[in-house]
Design a binder for this molecule. Structure first.
Ligand code: NAD
Length: 496
């Protein structure tokens, strides 16, 4: 497919003519599409039309804005299976995960449509009996939404749908690894007749197409989901701009804590799903399994045996659990950390790595790498995000020690505790640093009506998904005097 940018309600090629290829990571010979490599000039045009569209879009009834989202959902539902198939081709996730990604996008859009008729402010009391006081929400303006490749449909909807519902206009810069899913999103907006300029798509790479958006003086909010180093740069530059806000959700070094009383079968299942779904390339993937020393041998044996049975292959094959990783850079990074684990003293339990046998040679396939390592604050493999099928099993003795190990990383995104003891679960709930917590579940599995966002290096504290409303609106106070004289709060004299 020959993709385009979508600016001001028109499909446009970048006038500069530069393009990039969208490659199937399971078969690098297959070009899924060719898309414009946009630059600052394309961004300028998109921001201009988004600003123009803002003045009318924000005045449209919130209910009418919501109806565009409902129409969008109807189109997605009709094409959900095709979307999931294209997604698997483009990003390599197993087909059932791609279906779930589409469903999550549907849920997010439905949820925002539903919110169009719910209250979006509060009526509160005033100190003065004759006054009425309100807290209202106003849109922020022009929003840049920059997304990663690993949830190429769901994550854009987290960012775009709340923004549009609340009356903002949007410029969407998707990952250069998943331009096709972004193109489909723009197609749906086009087909539902969204007014020109309300939603705009700029394809291309981070530094050339993303950074000009981040630094553009007429962009009011940057919504970013991606890696911590890029998020840190975005936060820095937005902080220096007096009127711009950034909400950034980033990576994790997530853990599952398996207590001595855990149901081990459930623990192994939860750990396999957390470590290897999406080939370990979720922000919430668990790369640390912190396991009580009493059960660590039995747990490790069962975990490794189960991991050996994982079916790796073409993601469109229903039997496949793990598809390829996204690109050669990911292969190199994961290989680097697998080697580093050895250098840092890991006991290797399953020697995973690049697969290059029959059926794997054309793609970026990697198998699970599992090791055991005593906790120490120094090894980089216990601290840094790997974003691949790479997982450490770390023993602990006391709950205090498990909490210390859990928190001794710069990230704080997702955690899970496996226990039958509600007191232990509660202690961990209160003492661990995380944004998304689970009990007797994997560390993955977001639902759109719950907050989703981390602490520390993982996020800005403005969680994504439904609660993103707070980032794309400004809460204003509106106070009305119904008397014919002025009475002031705090007993302040109104006499002149
Ligand atoms: P990435 O940071 O490389 O890219 C994310 C987006 O930022 C892409 O659209 C990219 O083009 C853009 N970008 C890159 N450099 C930029 C720059 N200088 N200026 C502006 N934009 C720029 O991340 P990725 O590889 O696509 O995704 C993986 C990362 O995302 C992991 O760290 C993962 O944990 C994280 N992630 C976080 C969440 C969350 O909700 N917390 C969800 C999914 C993924």
């Amino acid at each position: 497919m020959q993709g385009k940018n979508y600016i001001g309600g028109e499909w446009v090629s970048s006038p500069w003519g530069e393009t990039f290829e969208d490659i199937n990571p399971a078969n690098t010979q297959e070009v899924v599409g060719v898309f414009p490599k946009s630059n600052q000039k394309d961004v300028e045009e998109a921001v201009k039309v988004a600003r123009e569209a803002y003045s009318t879009w924000r005045r449209l009834s919130r209910i009418k804005r919501g109806e565009y989202l409902d129409n969008f959902v109807q189109l997605v539902k009709a094409e959900a299976e095709e979307l999931a198939y294209l997604m698997a081709k483009e990003c390599g996730k197993a087909i059932n995960e791609c279906r779930a990604d589409v469903v999550e996008g549907i849920h997010m859009t439905q949820f925002m449509f539903g919110r169009s008729r719910t209250p979006y402010g509060d009526v509160v009391a005033s100190e003065i009996g004759e006054k009425d006081a309100y807290m209202l929400r106003r849109p922020k303006g022009v929003i840049a939404a920059i997304s990663p490749w690993n949830f190429p449909f769901a994550i854009p909807t987290w960012l775009i749908m709340p923004s549009l519902l609340e009356g903002n206009t949007v410029i969407f810069k998707p990952s250069e690894e998943t331009p096709l899913m972004a193109h489909k999103i723009a197609e749906y907006f086009h087909r539902v007749g969204l007014p020109a300029g309300v939603f705009n798509l700029i394809q291309g790479h981070g530094p050339q197409a993303g950074w000009p958006l981040v630094t553009h003086p007429d962009v009011d909010v940057v919504l970013f989901v991606g890696s911590a180093p890029v998020g840190a740069e975005i936060k820095k530059v937005c902080a220096a701009d007096y009127r711009k806000m950034a909400a950034c959700e980033m990576g994790g070094k997530n853990a599952i804590i398996v207590c001595d009383d855990a149901n081990l079968e459930l623990a192994v299942n939860a750990a396999i799903l957390s470590a290897f779904k999406t080939s370990g390339q979720r922000c919430v993937s668990a790369s640390r399994l912190i396991v009580h020393e009493k059960v660590i041998d039995a747990f490790s044996k069962a975990f490794v045996e189960t991991a050996k049975r994982i079916v790796i292959g073409d993601p469109v094959d229903e039997k496949v659990f793990m598809g390829p990783v996204i690109n050669q850079k990911a292969v190199d990074k994961i290989t680097f950390y697998n080697n580093l684990a050895r250098e840092e003293g890991a006991e290797i339990l399953l020697k995973g790595g690049r697969l290059d046998g029959e059926g794997y040679r054309q793609g970026y396939f990697m198998s699970p790498f599992i090791y055991r390592m005593k906790y120490d604050s120094r090894p980089r493999v216990l601290r840094e995000e790997v974003f691949g099928p790479h997982v450490a099993i770390v023993p602990f003795r006391t709950l205090e020690e498990a909490i210390h190990i859990h928190n001794d990383v710069e990230y704080g995104l997702a955690m899970s505790v496996i226990t039958e003891d509600y007191r232990k679960a509660r202690t961990l709930r209160e003492e661990c640093e995380y944004g998304v917590g689970y009990v007797n579940l994997p560390s993955i599995g977001a639902e759109v009506h719950l907050p989703f966002g981390g602490l520390k290096k993982s996020g800005t504290g403005l969680p994504s998904a439904s609660t993103l409303i707070d980032a794309v609106t400004h809460r204003v106070a509106w106070t009305v005097n119904n008397a014919t004289e002025i009475k002031m709060a705090q007993g302040l004299s109104a006499a002149v």
